[in-house]
Design a protein around this ligand. Structure first.
Ligand SMILES: Cc1cc2nc3c(=O)[nH]c(=O)nc-3n(C[C@H](O)[C@H](O)[C@H](O)COP(=O)(O)OP(=O)(O)OC[C@H]3O[C@@H](n4cnc5c(N)ncnc54)[C@H](O)[C@@H]3O)c2cc1C
Length: 443
């Protein structure tokens, strides 16, 4: 590792998501200079983007400016730029400017921590993306919100019965936690919030279909909880279609395969939401290429037990973009959830601090704190160290945990107020159709 000489040790952290943010937080009191590089100027609380997509929360309530988070830490610099490449021998990053904001072409480091996250993959069908938006980024969540709300508007204006039904058919692909949450929220939007808003259509007649290739929803949960989740979804009016694979998506609907009849089944729908399969950030692939490290089919790079790259103890990779070699040398895929990224971020910071003091450190160990998924109003499932909860208790646990981790006291308070208000009134204050469909007004 390069020693600091007269200047402070330079740590560059790529990505201000869950992993990167923890790494910076745990290093800010250390004798280091930190540069946090992100192509966004905010930290996004991804676990709640689906609530933005369904009008329950506004974007500003789940995103927080990175500069504001570290405004009191004089040794932390925030840089708005995109990392395009790495020169590991020269210990430099190649940067690209974002939103026409000038960025240095190169940025040197002594220690590098890369936490680029992941994005949704469309299983090689990139053309599906424009018909089936996902809710990982804020922009995409807002596009989903517009599409969902515009579908109800279009149904209200539509005279043809079949076409109207297509507007009122909502398909969510993938029944992991995000898909289940999305389907539950769309059902509540239709049955509860919009109930009295229209004159021609009855929003309660909307069909919400949740499509999953596996034979149950929430496959990472124990069977007793997946069964409960499925029953809760059905109570909300969601039709769960398990054992079905999506084989086509276009502007007019979805084609599925694998139902009882075995053949292809066509569903006319104008609002499809994608919540299946993720792929690691392209940064993982670049690092794998440069170091010869293995990567799996989901693009995750395999890191050593101390989260560094083979042959590069000064480079850490963490979060959704990695799998970790265990002490026996076997690559282990940890769940793609925030606690994993956060623990890895804290661990990488701890290793940097230990090295600066000339101390040894142990291999990374993930401490599984449990699994939570919400379905709707007072309905959730939780598996916390073998304790299985469902219904109101699980929902209250989910609420407290998510509020706790939302960044910034102001956001925490705003989300709490919004949730309390929505719970009491069944309302959703952010039901705005924005973006492309309103562009004509601006021209
Ligand atoms: C819809 C949804 C719901 C979820 N719900 C939950 C949940 O309820 N509970 C849970 O624990 N987990 C949940 N997750 C998973 C959780 O959000 C991820 O596991 C976590 O965000 C991973 O953290 P990370 O630091 O690896 O990446 P991220 O948090 O994704 O951060 C990556 C950061 O890197 C930046 N970046 C990427 N590439 C570049 C580049 N080239 N240059 C500069 N910056 C770059 C991005 O802008 C971003 O800020 C959910 C995920 C999604 C998408």
């Amino acid at each position: 590792m390069r020693t600091s000489g007269s200047r402070e040790h330079q740590v560059v952290v790529v990505g201000g998501g869950f992993g990167g943010l923890q790494a910076v937080s745990k290093l800010r009191r250390a004798p280091v200079e930190i540069t946090l590089v992100d192509r966004r100027n905010f930290h996004l609380f991804q676990p709640l983007t689906y609530q933005v997509a369904t009008g329950a929360l506004s974007p500003g309530e789940i995103a927080y400016p990175l500069r504001a988070i570290f405004k009191r830490d004089r040794n932390v610099r925030v840089l708005l730029a995109e990392v395009a490449d790495f020169d590991l021998d020269a210990r430099e990053l190649h940067l690209r400017s974002v939103s026409a904001v000038p960025a240095p072409e190169r940025l040197g480091y002594d220690t590098l921590i890369v936490a680029g996250g992941s994005h949704y993959s469309y299983f090689g069908h990139e053309d599906w993306r424009m018909h089936a938006a996902e809710v990982k980024s804020l922009e995409s969540a807002l596009a989903v919100r517009s599409r969902l709300l515009a579908s109800f508007e279009a149904a209200e204006a539509e005279l043809n019965t079949d076409a109207r039904e297509a507007w009122l058919t909502f398909v969510v692909v993938g029944a992991g936690p995000t898909g289940v949450e999305m389907a539950g929220q769309i059902a509540e939007l239709a049955r509860d919030t919009l109930r009295r808003d229209f004159r021609t259509i009855d929003p309660r007649r909307a069909r919400i279909l949740l499509v999953e290739a596996a034979d149950c929803v929430l496959t990472s949960f124990p069977p007793s909880l997946t069964a409960k989740a499925e029953r809760s979804l059905q109570r909300l009016g969601v039709t769960v279609l398990t054992g079905r694979t999506v084989i086509g998506i276009d502007a007019a609907g979805v084609t599925l395969q694998g139902g009882d009849e075995g053949g292809a089944e066509r569903i006319a729908s104008r609002a499809v939401v994608w919540a299946a399969g993720v792929t690691a950030s392209g940064l993982a692939g670049k690092l794998a290429e440069l170091t010869g490290a293995e990567h799996d089919r989901a693009g995750r790079i395999t890191v050593e037990p101390d989260l560094t790259l083979p042959g590069h103890p000064e480079v850490f990779a963490i979060g959704d973009m990695v799998r970790v070699r265990d002490r026996g040398g076997e690559p282990v895929v940890l769940p793609g959830v925030a606690p994993v990224a956060m623990q890895e971020g804290r661990y990488a910071a701890g290793v940097v601090r230990a090295r600066l003091r000339g101390r040894e450190h142990d291999a990374f160990r993930y401490r599984d704190k449990g699994n939570l998924a919400t379905i709707g109003r007072a309905a959730a499932v939780a598996d916390i160290k073998g304790v299985r909860l469902s219904g109101f208790l699980a929902w209250a646990t989910w609420l407290v945990v998510h509020l706790w981790y939302v960044i910034g006291f102001q956001n925490r308070l705003l989300v709490l107020i919004r949730w309390s208000f929505s719970f009491a009134t069944h309302g959703r204050g952010a039901r705005l159709i924005t973006g492309a469909s309103t562009n004509s007004e601006q021209r």
